[in-house]
Design a protein around this ligand. Structure first.
Ligand code: COA
Length: 259
């Protein structure tokens, strides 16, 4: 039913593949619409426990927003383009109550780097390259790049990357904390699955609360500490908390139900 993305659900893990390899998987309007719909489905579908986002082909994760859509836009249309992407895709990924991992299998530039950064974790293939080259087009990042890159790598390095448009390698991204792991091209998806499988057996209500709380911490939200306490308290009303504590005391593995 989708024309620009592929989806596959296997053992609770939904893989969403952006599928425009001849255009380096650039994010045009259709990709944004379909990615937004796929994320909404993933949030609502109880069979989905975790999500991988990747790009088709051997060269690119996503080489940015589709530049061919830029020329006719004026200031309000440019802002609307960025706002629509934020609402449909970027915030939806970041706030997803289930873990979302970017399998960065090649170029992650501009909106592609921003897409990877909206995910909760990033695994890069050894040929991946990261960058925010918007300045070369006379624009600035619009899908959260100035905010999320600063949070992930710090102000000085974010300034350097966004002002110079220089790309960095997967290994450099790892040193900077931009990616969690670097894997070979043929094992990057397997590494994502390994992480998601570990999280899949954890209590989902706690998983969702951890994601929400860490997001607030990363955003420097002053309510983060109070909200952590509130969510900590909420966990005590869950069956999974009783099961987790009982299983520990009974020296057995817990079986969580998401209740
Ligand atoms: N938007 C639209 N089309 C894009 C694109 C983008 N962001 N990135 C790549 N493409 C298209 C190219 O125009 C080309 O199309 P064509 O075959 O019809 O001419 C095709 O994808 C292949 O790209 P090409 O540049 O020929 O591949 P390459 O291997 O020489 O270079 C990149 C790869 C990723 C380094 C280069 O494509 C690039 O710099 N892309 C733009 C990155 C960018 O500025 N992103 C920020 C956008 S805000």
């Amino acid at each position: 039913m989708y024309t620009t993305i592929l989806t596959a659900l296997e053992e609770g893990i939904l893989t969403i593949t952006i599928n425009r390899p001849d255009k380096m998987n650039a994010l045009n309007k259709d990709v944004i619409t379909e990615l937004g719909a796929a994320m909404q489905d993933a949030i609502e579908n109880t069979e989905v426990k975790g999500i991988i986002i990747t790009g088709a082909g051997p060269k690119a994760f996503v080489a940015g927003a589709d530049i061919s859509e830029f020329i006719p836009l004026d200031s309000s249309e440019g802002a609307a383009l960025a706002g629509r992407g934020r609402e449909l895709v970027f915030d939806r990924i970041e706030n997803c109550p289930k873990p979302v991992i970017a399998a960065v299998n090649g170029f992650a530039l501009g909106g592609g780097c921003e897409l990877a950064m909206a995910c909760h974790m990033r695994i890069a293939s050894d040929n991946a390259r990261f960058g925010q080259p918007e300045i070369n087009l006379g624009i600035i990042p619009g899908y959260g790049g100035t905010q999320r890159l600063t949070r992930l790598v710090g102000k000085g390095k974010a300034m350097e990357m966004i002002l110079t448009a220089d790309m960095i390698s997967a290994d450099q991204a790892k040193v900077l904390g931009l990616v969690n792991y670097v894997a070979s091209q043929d094992t990057v998806i397997a590494k994502c699955r390994e992480l998601l499988q570990k999280i899949q057996v954890k209590p989902p209500l706690a998983v969702a609360r951890i994601i929400a709380s860490i997001n607030e911490g990363a955003a420097g939200n002053p309510a983060g500490f109070d909200n952590e306490i509130a969510r900590f308290g909420e966990c005590f009303d869950t069956e999974d908390m009783k099961e987790g504590a009982a299983a520990f005391l009974e020296k057995r593995k817990p079986v969580f139900k998401g209740k």
